[in-house]
Design a binder for this molecule. Structure first.
Ligand code: CMC
Length: 433
């Protein structure tokens, strides 16, 4: 954060003195006005519900330029990372700031691989959940429960302990997600297999069974890896901000990641690919698209075109372009290019991209418009989609948590409010109310 010569002056039309505020420059992106002393000096807060114009922290991890449709992890464009690296390399990059060399990659991979099992006692938690629980409900509980097992690494002020916690989260999330699925469908848990890659091991834990050999399809494992890379981090989105806010009180990393998972579950965030797929199933056939679009445009209907629109990307979501390519690759591999749902998605995408309503509001497909179709082709049921997103995003969450926790300027998050309720009044005795 570099202070600049630029200062912002805030003046009022009620005769109170104006105030000069420092302005900081990031390495790229908009300048920020430092309002930290505003209340102390002026007795006024700023008002910004939804943080439309507020930088809640400084960060060196992910940069998004929504107008350009640009996403960088540690300075590298997502297009290059998604086509040249695998998910463990991306995890290393997000956590440590640089891509690993071959030796560093091998060491990191070994470390993650040797932390993939969960404590046997953790398995018993699953039995408490009804089999038809939403998988995100199970995952939120079981990830939060990890804090009960790792007292040895809960000192958040020790960088070494923070690093071990990060490795545990990256390593154990796939195991817990797969266990959630196996429990849901009533099949035995499969232990991790150390000879497989991160994504292939996840597919093994999801789909293998103890009775026969499971053969990994490399095209599908690579598609899953790409989904993980594209969802690994996304700057200060709702769930990441939730993780940071939870962590700002000094809460342990497992509890913070569980809070991120809970936030991610919402349909406007991580639930979007499940919702997009459901939307396609509800539309059912291309001839019903015009009627559906009419409902979307009707402000009283509450119907949204799921998988379209983004708070930050106002021209194109760069992840969507990469996911669209993966979508074609996977459907080709599986001989599903004539899949009716995919054809319907393509028809809907075309109609929306040519419609003035969506053009004028800068609404374009986001990554989740396509990721649902890919996940469905991988035989992952739609109720599990947000769990896969959580597994990917957990690396971003833990990197952001670590960055925040190691920042000496870090303070507990405590937003203020514009109070619009009752002014002070007296309680009347019950008979007089
Ligand atoms: N379908 C129809 N209209 C929409 C949509 C949509 N998907 N998204 C926004 N609009 C309209 C909205 O009604 C508003 O219209 P008007 O100006 O007439 O009032 C205008 O576009 C601006 O929308 P907004 O709600 O101010 O935009 P926002 O930045 O607050 O919302 C969003 C962003 C992602 C919540 C929203 O676009 C949305 O709900 N999209 C569908 C859900 C979705 O696909 N979410 C996944 C996001 S990508 C995954 C992730 O990063 O978490």
């Amino acid at each position: 954060m570099t202070p600049s010569d630029l200062k912002a002056t805030l003046s009022f039309n009620d005769g109170s003195p104006s105030i000069e505020l420092p302005v900081y420059k990031g390495t790229v992106g908009p300048d920020v006005i430092d309002i930290r002393k505003l209340y102390a000096q002026m007795g006024r807060f700023t008002y910004d519900p939804g943080f439309m114009s507020t930088a809640s922290c400084k960060s060196a991890i992910t940069y998004i330029d929504g107008d350009k449709g640009e996403l960088l992890y540690r300075g590298y464009p997502i297009e290059e990372l998604a086509t040249q690296c695998d998910f463990p390399e991306i995890s290393y990059l997000l956590l440590k700031g640089e891509l690993p060399n071959p030796e560093q990659k091998q060491r990191f991979k070994n470390l993650v691989t040797h932390h993939t099992m969960v404590h046997e006692q953790e398995r018993t938690f699953f039995q408490g959940f009804p089999r038809d629980s939403h998988p995100m409900a199970i995952l939120t509980g079981c990830v939060g429960a990890l804090s009960a097992f790792y007292h040895d690494t809960l000192d958040i002020h020790d960088p070494r302990q923070r690093e071990i916690s990060a490795i545990r989260i990256i390593a154990k999330l796939p195991t817990l997600v797969a266990m959630t699925y196996r429990y849901h469908i009533g099949q035995p848990f499969m232990y991790p297999r150390n000879t497989l890659s991160y994504s292939a091991n996840f597919m093994h834990m999801m789909f293998a069974n103890p009775c026969e050999e499971y053969v990994i399809n490399e095209v599908l494992a690579r598609a899953l890896d790409r989904i993980l890379i594209l969802h690994a981090d996304h700057e200060q989105n709702a769930s990441t901000s939730t993780v940071r806010l939870a962590g700002s009180s000094g809460a342990n990393p497992f509890a913070c990641i569980a809070s991120g998972i809970a936030c991610l579950w919402g349909p406007a965030h991580g639930g979007a690919n499940e919702a997009a797929l459901k939307m396609l199933e509800d539309i059912g056939a291309p001839e019903r698209i015009p009627e559906f679009i009419k409902q979307v445009k009707n402000k009283r209907s509450d119907v949204k075109l799921m998988g379209f629109g983004h708070r930050v990307y106002k021209n194109y979501d760069p992840r969507a372009r990469l996911m669209r390519a993966t979508c074609h690759e996977v459907l080709q591999e599986l001989g599903l290019h004539n899949d009716p749902l995919f054809k319907l998605a393509m028809a809907l995408e075309k109609v929306a991209l040519e419609d003035e309503y969506f053009i004028s509001r800068k609404l374009y497909p986001n990554v989740d418009f396509y990721s649902g179709i890919v996940l469905r082709a991988l035989r992952i049921p739609s109720t599990m989609f947000t769990c896969i997103f959580a597994m990917a995003r957990s690396v971003g969450w833990i990197a952001q948590w670590d960055e925040m926790t190691s920042d000496p300027d870090q303070k507990i998050g405590r937003p203020r409010q514009l109070f619009v309720g009752q002014t002070p009044r007296m309680v009347k005795p019950i008979g007089q109310r």
